[in-house]
Design a protein around this ligand. Structure first.
Ligand SMILES: [Ca+2]
Ligand SMILES: [Ca+2]
Length: 222
């Protein structure tokens, strides 16, 4: 299986980061955030917390233990682009390619919101967070990627386990952690891959006609 997806941004999500700990942003910053939130230019923008960081250290975060209704985005959501190409360590026929697209803005935000809420969805299914092992909600977790052993071992056609052939004892079966600068994914790469793909194939809806932010879809048209 060789799946290719078009991605609009490098989504450097750190699922275990908290939303707290950011300094108060200067009043003049985040034109994009306020325009898109107040104008509902991207669906679920009302559930986005602005992560002010100088310089930004991540694009988006979710912290399911603290909130299942809010995710965070930083200014880096506007700029970072990359391509992801990974292969299952145990079955090289399983390959996932996520190809960068340089058209950023609301498209990147729509992808990133979907991505972060997929991390939360995983938490809601089984109740584990990154790094948790042992029995959680009656299901065994061996590798700490928040996906239970039974789900990773499942080879029923169409299941998560069958689609990616995840290993129950390897948190990063497709070796996302080997990609330059992404070493953190070695502890939850399987979880991250599900979120990456969700963001690409099922991004939040957008209303480009309402995007009057600086550099946005209608910038220069007024
Ligand atoms: Ca697991
Ligand atoms: Ca795994």
């Amino acid at each position: 299986m060789n799946n290719k997806y078009i991605i609009l941004a490098h989504i450097a999500s750190i699922a275990v980061l908290t939303l707290a700990g950011c300094s108060t942003p200067p009043a003049h910053t985040a034109n994009w955030y306020y325009y898109w939130k107040e104008g509902a230019v991207v669906a679920d923008m009302d559930k986005v917390h602005y992560l002010w960081q100088d310089p930004p250290t991540t694009i988006g975060v979710s912290s399911p233990q603290k909130s299942t209704t809010e995710v965070g985005l930083s200014d880096d959501v506007l700029s970072s682009m990359t391509e992801l190409s990974v292969v299952n360590k145990n079955n090289p026929s399983i390959q996932e390619e996520i190809i960068a697209n340089t058209d950023g803005g609301i498209d990147v935000v729509a992808t990133t919101i979907a991505h972060e809420f997929k991390h939360i969805w995983i938490y809601q299914q089984w109740g584990a967070v990154i790094g948790h092992t042992g029995i959680i909600n009656g299901l065994k977790h061996t590798d700490g990627d928040a996906i239970p052993d039974s789900v990773e071992k499942d080879r029923t056609p169409g299941s998560i386990g069958a689609t990616y052939e995840f290993a129950y004892n390897d948190a990063d079966t497709l070796d996302l952690g080997s990609v330059g600068g992404w070493g953190d994914y070695s502890i939850y790469g399987d979880n991250e891959l599900l979120a990456r793909i969700e963001g690409v194939i099922n991004p939040r809806s957008t209303t480009p006609a309402s995007d009057w932010s600086v550099g946005g879809k209608n910038w220069g048209n007024h």
